[in-house]
Design a protein around this ligand. Structure first.
Ligand code: PMP
Length: 284
């Protein structure tokens, strides 16, 4: 696999980052994951905009222009022959050659790393046909979840808890309300109304969420952005989650409670179809 590090395209075994890099020592880093379908990037613009927002919220310098970033994405997709898969991008505050809590001076260059993941069958995954099972767990993450940082230890632990419980993923609950999934935004449908938590600093502003809500509106579906409990979701007709790598993923079980007849719901299925069709058409 060819990867990108600070201006160079290299075999993955030759790519190197300093052990003093603040991304490594302090999770002082932000990232994006863009999916590739038909060899093209899905919603690159959305990811580039969010990356800039994450960087500016952390007073981190942008490593390069949006145009340059698009070229790097495209070149890696081409060099690695990716038809279906993901491009992972990470920017860290870099390293001034020592460990210190204070941010280094402006002379320190950010680190920019990108690599691809080949995922044949991504758009047609078995899970999307059967739906997935989730559990609910406490949300103990920090308070700026709108910034897409690489602090992913708790989401990893959440996925491990789900696996141990025989489930596929977890939704997190704070003050009695669902925040989001470990790596996705959360929705349920009751009596034809799609319910999802409004945007705030408590959740990541999903690129897929934005697109799916726009498409749901265009399809004349009813949407309520409000806080909701896990019990409301368990009593729903259907549930689903969204992310750049799973698109719209139906959920058929929450904490062992089967939703509806246990099969993916009609609204989740329809939104997945619309999302894939429209975003493939608009892919770059
Ligand atoms: N919430 C969290 C915590 C996530 O990690 C992700 C995945 N990046 C999402 C939501 C979904 O965001 P997106 O649709 O931009 O992938």
């Amino acid at each position: 696999r060819t990867v990108y590090v600070n201006g160079d395209y290299l075999p993955e075994t030759e790519a190197k980052v300093s052990i003093f890099d603040r991304g490594f020592l302090m999770a002082d880093a932000v990232y994006e994951v863009t999916s590739v379908l038909g060899g093209k990037l899905i919603d690159f613009e959305g990811h580039a905009l969010r990356l800039n927002r994450s960087l500016s919220e952390l007073d981190m310098a942008a490593p390069c222009s949006k145009e340059a970033l698009l070229e790097i994405h495209r070149k890696l997709v081409e060099l690695n022959g990716i038809e279906e898969g993901l491009v992972y991008l990470q920017v860290t505050r870099g390293s001034d050659g020592d460990r210190d809590f204070l941010f280094p001076g402006e002379e320190t260059q950010p680190t920019l790393v990108l690599f691809t993941q080949n995922k044949p069958g991504l758009a047609d995954s078995p899970a999307s046909k059967t739906g997935i099972k989730i559990i609910s767990i406490e949300d103990v993450r920090w308070g700026r979840r709108d910034i897409k940082t690489t602090q992913l230890l708790y989401p990893s632990m959440g996925k491990m808890m789900a696996k141990k419980a025989g489930a596929d993923d977890a939704w997190m609950v704070e003050d009695g309300h669902v925040t989001e999934g470990t790596s996705n935004n959360a929705y349920f449908v009751k009596d034809g109304v799609i319910v999802t938590r409004p945007l705030s600093t408590e959740i990541l502003h999903g690129i897929t969420r934005k697109a799916v809500l726009r498409m749901a509106e265009e399809a004349q579906l009813k949407i309520e952005e409000r806080l909701f409990t896990i019990d409301e979701a368990k009593a729903a007709d259907e549930a689903f989650c969204t992310s750049a790598s799973a698109f719209v993923m139906p959920i058929v079980e929450i904490d062992g409670v089967m939703l509806g007849d246990g099969a993916p719901g009609p609204i989740a299925k329809r939104l997945r179809e619309i999302y894939l069709e429209e975003s493939i058409k608009a892919a770059v």
